[in-house]
Design a protein around this ligand. Structure first.
Ligand SMILES: NC(=O)c1ccc[n+]([C@@H]2O[C@H](COP(=O)([O-])OP(=O)(O)OC[C@H]3O[C@@H](n4cnc5c(N)ncnc54)[C@H](O)[C@@H]3O)[C@@H](O)[C@H]2O)c1
Ligand SMILES: [Zn+2]
Ligand SMILES: [Zn+2]
Length: 361
């Protein structure tokens, strides 16, 4: 059996997204069907539409979601129909070399649904990040459902499913930000502001927000930025050094995904500092750096996939902090939109004016 529901697909490179009928199979062994309540629009969805991730069109977009489990397949015991869950793209396997070494956040064999969602003519869809959640109901691996406090607002906690978690984790898990640190965050969208909020939670005393958009910088202050820099009219490296006693920041987080901002981050960190790349580059981008500087400046150059998070550990914990008023997830939600407004949300993402548009069902 299967169900027919409405969802948003990207049919071809660069073409506007469209709302169409999606065929969702009943859950098989180890799978779950989730009734989606809210799904944020992440820059990675736009990367997919532009062919920047891979060419496996058509994509079923959306991956930052919360909803309620509708049905589960054989052998599923961790979640049951009626559970309120945030969807994750890191359902760890427990058996790969990373899991076996006790570092499951690096899992190399994460689970997705085995069956495929399709168009009515049978065309197989590629779900964004193995989720696909701009759709009324989605089929995922049961391990992609993480139970959280059902009293939480779906539009807010759904954002933990990707961008906000990626940012918070880039700071705390990958960057190791701790009490008294100085941090600079380049790019203050949903991901960068997550990194700012994470740095504040971890006790960083200097948090420098860098963006090209003044509106973004004023929002960054609400998440805990102590200083803001508009990158349009200054030398970003000099300005960050100036704000950190001439030294550079202990941790710099690049949340744009471009060679020039990565280079700024590389030189804006203190000697022995850490640079975290959480922004996603496109395949044609390259970077050139004097090898002597890579060696001589010491420290660490790290990349952060999904903020090195472990959903079972991090989603309930961050939901608790949200419910206690210590993490303002509501402030990430700029607008609530309908399923047929995703294309408009992509446009706003590029022209500014929103942090996160969230599709409500
Ligand atoms: N690593 C991961 O697991 C992960 C997860 C989610 C998203 N991402 C990636 O993170 C990046 C940010 O995502 P987002 O959803 O926050 O995007 P966004 O578009 O909301 O934010 C990007 C921000 O960067 C700013 N910016 C652009 N050029 C700049 C420059 N030269 N200097 C300073 N700021 C600049 C923009 O004004 C904007 O505020 C994207 O590349 C996205 O694909 C990575
Ligand atoms: Zn594994
Ligand atoms: Zn995302």
């Amino acid at each position: 059996m299967s169900q027919r529901v409405r969802g948003v697909i990207a049919r071809a490179k660069g073409a506007p997204v469209e709302v169409t009928t999606i065929v969702v199979p009943d859950p098989g062994p180890g799978e779950a069907v989730v009734k989606v309540q809210a799904c944020g629009v992440c820059h990675t969805d736009l990367h997919y539409r532009e062919g920047g991730i891979n060419d496996d069109f058509p994509f079923l977009l959306g991956h930052e979601a919360a909803g309620v489990v509708e049905s589960v397949g054989e052998g599923v015991t961790d979640v049951a129909p009626g559970d309120f869950v945030v969807l994750n793209w890191r359902a760890v396997c427990g058996n790969c070399r990373a899991c076996l070494r006790g570092k499951p956040w690096y899992c190399f064999a994460t689970h997705n649904a085995t069956q495929k969602m399709t168009l009515e003519d049978g065309t197989v869809l590629s779900p964004a990040l193995g989720i696909g959640a701009f759709v009324e109901k989605t089929l995922v691996a049961a391990g992609q459902c993480t139970k959280v406090d059902p009293a939480a607002r779906a539009a807010a906690v759904g954002l933990l499913g990707c961008g906000v978690m990626a940012g918070i984790g880039a700071a705390i898990n990958t960057g190791g930000v701790t009490r008294g640190d100085s941090v600079a965050v380049i790019g203050c969208g949903g991901v960068g502001d997550g990194a700012i909020a994470g740095s504040a939670l971890a006790g960083a005393t200097t948090i420098i927000a860098v963006d090209t958009d003044d509106q973004k910088l004023s929002w960054a202050r609400n998440f805990g930025a102590t200083h803001t820099l508009n990158a349009r009219n200054i030398d970003v490296v000099d300005a960050i050094r100036e704000l950190t006693g001439g030294n550079g920041a202990d941790v710099v987080i690049e949340a744009v995904g471009r060679p020039e901002t990565y280079k700024q981050g590389f030189y804006a960190r203190d000697l022995a500092g850490t640079l975290v790349l959480v922004g996603v580059p496109t395949p044609e981008m390259t970077i050139e750096l004097p090898l002597l500087d890579v060696f001589g400046r010491g420290g660490a150059l790290k990349s952060s996939w999904y903020g090195d998070c472990l959903p079972t550990r991090d989603f309930p914990m961050l939901t608790a902090l949200y419910r206690q008023g210590r993490l303002d997830l509501d402030a990430f939600v700029s607008e609530e939109i309908a399923l047929d407004q995703v294309e408009e949300a992509f446009a706003k993402m590029q022209t500014g004016g929103v942090l996160r548009s969230v599709v409500l069902f």
